[in-house]
Design a binder for this molecule. Sequence first.
Ligand SMILES: Cc1ncc(COP(=O)(O)O)c(C=O)c1O
Length: 500
Amino acid sequence: MKSATTHVLRGATTTPMPTPQALLEAPLARGADAEPLQRQLHQRLRHAILDGRLLPASRLPGSRSLAEALQISRNTVTAAYEQLAAEGFLQPDRQGTRVAAMHCPPAARGAQARPAIARRLAGMQAGTSRDDAAAALRPGVPALSHFPFAAWRQALDRASRAAGPAMLGYGDPLGEPGLRASIARHLAIARGVRCSAAQVVITEGAQEALALCVRLLADPGDTAWVEDPGYRGAKAALQAGDLRVVPQRVDDQGLVVTAHDWQARPPRLVYTTPSHQYPTGAVQTAARRLALIEAARRHRAWIIEDDYDSEFRHAGEPIGAMQGLVPQAPVLYVGTFSKTMFPALRLGFVVLPEALLPSVQAPLGEMLRGGHRPAQLALADFIESGQFSRHLGRMRRLYRERQQALRVALADGLRVPHAIEGGHSGLHLLVRLPPRHPDAAIVQAARRHGIGAQALSGFALQPLAQDNGLVLGYGNTASDLFAPLVRRLSQLARAADTGA
Ligand SMILES: Cc1ncc(COP(=O)(O)O)c(C=O)c1O
C-alpha cells in the first residue's frame, strides 16, 4: 500500500496528489455540536464518488493510514468504509478497498454539466415573479385582505366534518362531483355557459386547464394561435405542448382574424380572452365571436376561451361567454378561482364540449388524479351556501371603486400623454404611452419603489411600437395609495423620456 494520498484522484499521474484533507475538501468538524466523525467521513467520501473526484476502481487509502492522516480512530474509518461498501459505493478486495464500478450520471457531478432541457422549452423567458403579490398595482391579484377568511374556514370545517376520513383518499379524477355541479349551475346563471356537470373538469387553476386542453386536442407540431399582445401563461402552455405558436394581433375589438389567416396557417387551437382581452381589456364583438366559431367549425379547430376575470363586470351589459353563444360551439371554456377567491387556492376548471366527452373520458381518467379534495368540497359548500355570490358582489363594488379612484389619480397625476384602455371588467387598466416613454424602463425603475406595474411590451410576441404602456392592477392596492403611486410613475415616465 502506497501513501494515503495516492491512487485516489482522477488524473493522479499528471496532477499533484491532494492530501486526504483536500480529498475531503475541508477538515472534519470537531466539537460538541459537530456530527459524528464516522457520519461526516461517510458523507464526504460519498460526495467525492458522486462528484467524480473519486473515480470507479480507484484504490482508497488503508484504514490505518487514513485514520492517522485525519487523526481519527481506525474504527471510525473502518465503519465508514463498511457502510459505503454496504451501499455499493466501495468494494473491498484482497489488496484493500476500491471504488465500485458504477456509472455516475453527469447531473450527479455538481455544477460541471448544465443539464439539457427539452428544445421546446429553450426559448421560454422568465417573466416577472409571481411571489411579489404585495407589490403595488400588480395586475392579476385580487384584494387579498378583503377575503372572508372566517367564512372560508367554516366552509372547510363543515366539508371535513361531512366527508370524514373518506375525504383523505383519491377522489374522482375529474374533480368532486358536487363542485362540478355547483360550477355548472353558477356558469349557466352568471356567464351563460351551456353545460352539464359531466362536462366540467376541475384543474389546478387555469394554467393546468390550458395544459390539459393542449394534451387532449393537439399533437406536437400543430399550430396554435395566441393573442398578441396576450397572456404569457397561455403561450407557455402551448409551447410546452410542442405546438407551433403563432401570434395574432388584437385591436380594440379583440382578436383579429382574417380569412387569409385561416387559409395560410390554419390552427388546431385558438387561445382567446374574448370577454376581457388580457392585457388590453378589449371586449370582442359578437360579430367577431360568431365568425371565429364558424371558421373554427369549418377548419376543425378548437377555441380555448379563457374567461379569467369577467365575473367582475363594471360597465355596460353583462357579456355572456362565447361558449354559450351558439349550441355545441367548438369551445373549451376555461375558468379559474384565482381572482374570484384567491390564487393560492389553485382551483380552476375547463368545460369540455359535450361532443368530446366519449373520447376523452378514458384518457382523463388515466391522466388525472383529482386533488385538493378538502378545498374542492369546501368550495362547493361556499358556492351552494350563497357566500360565493355575496363575496363576488362585495368585491365587484370594491374593484369598481378602486378603478374609479385609479382613473382620478391618473387624470390628476400622470403628466405624460397617455390613453386609458379597458376597465369594462376585471382588476386592471391599460395605460398606453407614446413610444418615447419606453414601458420596460419605467417598469424596471418602478420595481425599485415597490410598484408591480407591468410593461405592455412584455406581453407581445412580436412587439409593435404601439405595444407600449403600463398594465396597472387595482385589485390588491388600496385606493388612497393611487395618487402618490401615480405621481411616482409619472416622474419615472418623464425620466425615461427618450425624446424620440
Ligand atoms: C389571462 C389569464 N388567465 C388565467 C389566469 C389565472 O391563472 P391561474 O388560474 O393559473 O392562477 C390569469 C392570472 O393572472 C390571467 O391573467
